[in-house]
Design a binder for this molecule. Structure first.
Ligand SMILES: [Mn+2]
Length: 364
């Protein structure tokens, strides 16, 4: 699939395009069913090379971080990026009913592939993830990173913070867990510690690190005291139950932007109730509804300047019927659609697709 062919096909919803003459060539890869061909995210062009990204200057780029050597309980998130990429029944083009927009008519989105991770070496994996995310962000694209365990937020958000500097980064973090421990059984790089590392390193100020959905029985009082000392702010799941998600998230956005100009959004899929998202490493009962989280992603992305995002902790071996991977996939689509709606609202122009016509059925 070349970039030109993918762009030609973007116009129109693919499965509504009328076949032409030759069944062998009627549809290009972008327009063929989701299960046919390469499983790039939403069949988007696969542009992995830093030079190609710099030349392409996409608006958004998907990045895989297939790494789970830093989990404390049940593993499997290394297979998350691949599972999320294929958790869709749509061919490439999509139309957001929620936002009334065909996002790929407004944004140039590519799949930048995976960071070149190998197992059994956390420092090496984090280093290559940081470099990959930095390359994507330096191209001008908003990186949307598919985890991977939550430890990858440390290199990923660090890379984004370094690229946006001197502008400051706030972080909005959905999770059942605070992930701000000092160590996990002595390991400083773990999926329980990335938020502390980000604050200690200065990538983000504690007071602009805002967490939503915390619940259950971890962390302990010492870590909570450290979090308070940093000025971190968090909104328990019980607050969402009492006040509703929309009001809580409005407060969280204001707190994260109290100083910074741009936002990194980190979504641990375990913020969703494990009854709706069982495929994750540390499931904690009593979480958000999937529909609440998707609405929350639209709310956050629609009202901030998004510099980067990740969706982490999808563990396909523990999933059922791909329900967790699908939720993660839709978190990404909601973010892309909200970015597109912002582009349109700001008076932007639709992308002129090569070979496109005004006939919306001309896809393929
Ligand atoms: Mn978590």
């Amino acid at each position: 699939m070349t970039d030109e062919r993918a762009r030609e096909a973007v116009r129109g919803i693919n499965d509504e395009a009328t076949p032409g003459g030759d069944p062998y060539t009627d549809y290009d890869d972008f327009s063929l069913p989701a299960y046919v061909g390469l499983a790039t995210f939403q069949k988007l062009p696969w542009v992995t090379d830093a030079a190609a990204l710099a030349a392409e200057r996409p608006d958004v780029a998907i990045v895989g971080a297939p790494f789970d050597d830093a989990v404390s309980h049940r593993p499997g998130a290394r297979s998350g990026p691949r599972a999320i990429r294929q958790a869709s029944y749509h061919a490439g083009a999509i139309n957001s009913l929620q936002l009334g927009i065909e996002p790929y008519d407004w944004l140039n989105v590519v799949d930048a592939g995976d960071a070149p991770v190998t197992p059994m070496n956390i420092e090496r994996a984090h280093a290559v993830i940081e470099r990959k995310v930095r390359e994507v962000a330096q191209s001008g694209a908003v990186p949307i990173v598919l985890g991977g365990d939550h430890s990858i937020t440390y290199p990923s958000a660090s890379a984004v913070a370094s690229v946006v500097a001197p502008r400051r980064l706030g972080i909005v973090h959905f999770d059942a867990h605070a992930d701000a421990a000092n160590s996990t059984w002595g390991a400083l790089r773990s999926h329980g510690t990335p938020m502390r590392r980000l604050i200690e390193s200065g990538a983000v100020a504690g007071r602009n690190f805002v967490q939503i959905g915390l619940r259950g029985y971890w962390p302990g009082p010492d870590t909570l005291e450290w979090m308070r000392d940093q000025g971190m702010r968090w909104h328990l799941m019980s607050e969402i139950e009492e006040r509703g998600a929309e009001a809580v998230i409005n407060d969280a956005i204001a707190q994260a932007l109290d100083g910074p100009e741009v936002i990194y959004l980190s979504v641990d899929i375990d913020v969703i109730d494990p009854g709706m998202a069982p495929g994750t490493g540390t499931p904690e009962p009593g979480g958000m509804l999937t529909r609440e989280l998707l609405r929350a992603v639209r709310q956050v992305v629609g009202s901030v300047e998004l510099a980067g995002m990740d969706v982490v902790e999808v563990s396909p071996p523990f999933d059922q019927a791909e329900v967790t991977a699908a939720a993660a996939h839709r978190c990404v689509l909601e973010a892309i659609s909200a970015l597109a709606a912002k582009r349109r609202a700001a008076g932007g122009s639709p992308i002129t697709h090569l070979g496109s016509s005004t006939d919306s059925s001309a896809g393929g």
